[in-house]
Design a protein around this ligand. Structure first.
Ligand code: MG
Length: 458
């Protein structure tokens, strides 16, 4: 983490606790971040990890040393803390979380005064302060203070309620199962859903930073208990959050787990029905489903690079109201332009209530695609050259090079090939109207990539 003059990855600073991310480093990140903010009021909060209180204290010490006042929110989800920045008009926030990573990891996200994580340019400013030891310590008489920030969860729940039809949802008496991954997802959503008139059953809802219930990444293979519970008790909906509750994956009343693309497309459809001509922001890795819905209901798709911060920043720049990711991130700007698991849950219930349709039916009405994934080994040093060669070879086709190479074919099938940011591999995502075609695309382009990589090796 420290060797390359780079601290921040795709979503903040991440590392294994007491190996890559120690309390000493956390203090230094606190002082660098405080120097970056040049004093002011900064909210600090954390997820349920065992190391979170320790790292929060270290970051707070660093922030105070540079004259920043800390508003300490304690344990809360990432979106609740981001909302608090907006609600209390603070200069920013530091959130201690490693989102969906295993329990031995932790991380530090830095949020700007608009509630969105810092842009890459701002991160570089903090990295330069950190690596060049340009910390500005405050005089003894100007050290920052710490005071508690109460009601962060209550304010957040109240804000979400303003964006849905509470009476309509309450009339339906929905039964919802919440799988909170033993983390901060259990703090706001169950209470929000009860206030929307739902009956709530929770699983993995006791706070436990060892994550005994399931890994905090809401992949289908981790959500079997949720799916079984929904079916067994005849619930109307199941929802699972990741470790910091900004992403949500839904299970329909039949116990089927749905990918994030589908639920995003559903939210998009009903959003565009009420707000035609709006821009929809989504990474190039998202399903063509998102474009089909935009085409059918008068929306305009804006494709971005992969990464939630890019989606948020693009939404802000274009004044777009809705964004989404295939991993279960839904960004609903009337509330806040960051991904938000509890807001997404309220939106899905709102659609179910207004249409009087079950989730399986609503999702069944969307166009269908088959998705296949693959990977090809590629040494890190050959990734860029491989991308150049690949782009050259497919330049006659309908392609996008926003992030990796994506090729769209006339039959609506497509394939995206991206170098992984963390592993020596290329990832392939193919999508088609039939399973055979998706498989064939992965095979064909895996072979093409292998040939290019082999030629570069020799
Ligand atoms: Mg997350």
């Amino acid at each position: 983490m420290l060797s390359s003059r780079r601290l921040f990855g795709t979503n903040g600073i991440r590392g294994v606790v007491n190996k890559e991310l120690t309390s000493e480093i956390a203090i230094k990140i606190g002082t660098a971040t405080g120097t970056f903010f040049q004093s002011g009021d900064i909210i600090v909060g954390y997820d349920a990890r065992t190391s979170s209180p320790m790292l929060a204290k270290a970051v707070i010490a660093g922030l105070n040393a540079t004259g920043c006042n800390v508003l300490f929110a304690g344990m809360a989800s990432t979106p609740a803390l981001q909302y608090a920045v907006k609600h209390h008009k603070t200069d920013g926030a530091v959130i201690i979380t490693a989102s969906h990573n295993p329990p031995e990891y932790n991380g530090i996200k830095v949020v700007w005064n608009d509630g969105i994580e810092l842009s890459r340019e701002q991160e570089i400013e903090i990295e330069n302060i950190f690596f060049d030891d340009k910390v500005h310590y405050a005089e003894w008489s100007k050290l920052g203070t710490v005071r508690n920030l109460p009601k962060v969860i209550d304010d957040y729940v109240e804000a979400i309620k303003m964006h849905v039809d509470i009476a309509e949802i309450a009339k339906k008496h929905y039964h919802v199962v919440v799988d909170a991954a033993n983390s901060v997802g259990s703090l706001a959503a169950p209470c929000l859903l009860r206030e929307l008139g739902c009956k709530v059953t929770t699983i993995n809802a006791d706070i436990d930073g060892t994550f005994p219930g399931r890994p905090p990444e809401p992949r289908p293979e981790n959500l079997k208990d949720l799916a079984l519970t929904v079916k067994a008790i005849g619930a109307d909906l199941g929802v699972a959050y990741d470790g910091d509750a900004d992403r949500s994956i839904f299970v329909d009343e039949q116990g089927e787990i749905h990918c994030g693309d589908k639920t995003f497309a559903l939210v998009e459809k009903y959003f565009l029905k009420e707000n035609p001509n709006e821009k929809i922001v989504t990474p190039v890795s998202s399903s063509t489903l998102i474009k089909d819905v935009a085409d059918a209901y008068g929306g305009e798709i804006v494709w971005t690079k992969v990464g939630s911060i890019t989606v948020s920043q693009t939404m802000k720049k274009l004044n777009a109201k809705l964004g989404g990711e295939e991993n279960g991130g839904i960004f609903y700007d009337p509330h806040q332009s960051v991904r938000d698991g509890a807001m997404a849950t309220a939106l899905i219930l709102d659609i179910m209530a207004k249409t009087s349709k079950k989730l399986s039916k609503l999702l069944g009405e969307l166009p269908k695609y088959f998705i296949k994934k693959g990977k090809v080994e590629c040494p890190n040093e050959l990734k860029e050259k491989t991308l150049e060669k690949l782009t050259e070879q497919v330049s006659g086709l309908n392609i996008s090079t926003i992030d990796g190479v994506k090729i769209w074919f006339e039959d609506k099938s497509n394939i995206l090939m991206r170098p992984s940011g963390t592993e020596p591999i290329y990832r392939l995502y193919a999508e088609a109207k039939t399973e055979e075609k998706a498989v064939q695309l992965v095979q064909e382009y895996s072979l093409k990539l292998k040939r290019i990589i082999d030629s570069l090796k020799s």
